[in-house]
Design a protein around this ligand. Structure first.
Ligand code: 5GP
Length: 298
């Protein structure tokens, strides 16, 4: 039997209102105003809230940088069916989802029992995300942190100073440092030049109890993770992919081939963010730098 016309109208109005309310929750999550785990908690607390009628896939999909493909993969890993709504989760599904959301938001390393201590922090992320600018801000405002100066075989750009921005080495000099075991890590970046982190200043700073920041590429970050499992790996993200492309092209210091190479590297690097302990979105340099420094005492 069909419902009377007036009930149908009221029903569709309620459905529109509920859809609007869910859209607002999604907007709050994607803008960072609300955390996804808090939305899940409120859905569990009160089944009459719009959060409870939201699909799990909608919630995960509104987290910055999780598109439909990765959302589907995450749902599969969590063993939650695509049509499931937050209010209809089983206890174990809820636990798995909650754990995933909390891990995604917070640094994955356990808290150290004894207060602040020296810490090795690696800042990586795609090309032109602004790692250098964030690192420079930290150098200027946090002199207590040692910002590692890398060695490279790339020639200096205008304005770059040997020993400040990089140690600019010849291929032979770089080879000699590798042979002498003087690098904590090194890698060929963008299939072009070699870059490496000199080990000695870092060992000295850690011994003195200073925190150290390395601004390196993904291959280097993986090597540091292997050598120093207690290092904190921070992934710097641009606010959007379009912004990243704008920054890459806008800098205008690379030719067409080099730019395409860097974009390809950026695509691969973006996919690696899951391996990192923390993700920082670089919308504002000062805030991003503050967040990175605050992770040193976690
Ligand atoms: P650029 O040539 O634009 O200064 O840097 C190119 C890339 O090399 C950046 O992604 C930067 O993070 C990376 N890089 C700089 N120093 C090091 C280093 O010591 N080791 C590794 N693995 N990468 C580095």
């Amino acid at each position: 039997m069909n419902p009377p016309e007036v009930d149908r109208l009221a029903g569709s109005r309620a459905a529109v209102a509920a859809r609007r309310a869910r859209a607002e929750v999604k907007r709050q999550v994607s803008s960072g105003e609300r955390s996804a785990s808090e939305v899940l908690s409120s859905a569990m607390r009160d089944g009459s809230q719009p959060e409870a009628t939201m699909r799990v896939s909608e919630l995960i999909g509104s987290i910055p940088w999780l598109g439909p493909t990765r959302t589907a993969k995450i749902m599969q890993d969590l063993r939650i069916s695509p049509s499931k709504r937050l209010g209809g989760l089983g206890v174990h599904q809820y636990q798995r989802l909650h754990e995933f959301l909390v891990r995604r938001q917070a640094p994955r390393r356990p808290m150290e029992p004894e207060g602040p201590r020296s810490r090795l922090v690696v800042l990586a992320g795609p090309t032109a995300v602004g790692k250098g600018t964030v690192a420079a801000h930290i150098r200027e405002h946090h002199p207590e942190v040692l910002l590692s100066v890398s060695a490279t075989t790339r020639p200096p750009r205008p304005g770059e100073i040997d020993g400040v921005n990089y140690y600019f080495l010849s291929d032979e000099q770089f080879d000699r440092m590798i042979e002498a075991g003087q690098f904590l890590e090194w890698a060929t970046v963008h299939n072009a030049y070699r870059y490496g982190t000199p080990r000695q200043p870092i060992d000295a700073a850690i011994t003195e109890g200073r925190s150290v920041l390395l601004e390196i590429d993904l291959q280097g970050a993986r090597q540091v993770r292997a050598a120093f499992p207690e290092a904190m790996l921070v992934f710097l993200l641009p606010p959007t992919w379009e912004e990243l492309v704008r920054r890459l092209v806008g800098r205008g210091t690379e030719d067409e081939d080099e730019r395409e190479r860097r974009l390809e590297t950026a695509r691969v690097e973006l996919a690696a963010q899951e391996e990192f302990d923390a993700v920082v979105v670089n919308t504002n340099v000062e805030e991003a730098a503050r967040e990175v420094v605050s992770l040193m005492s976690v």
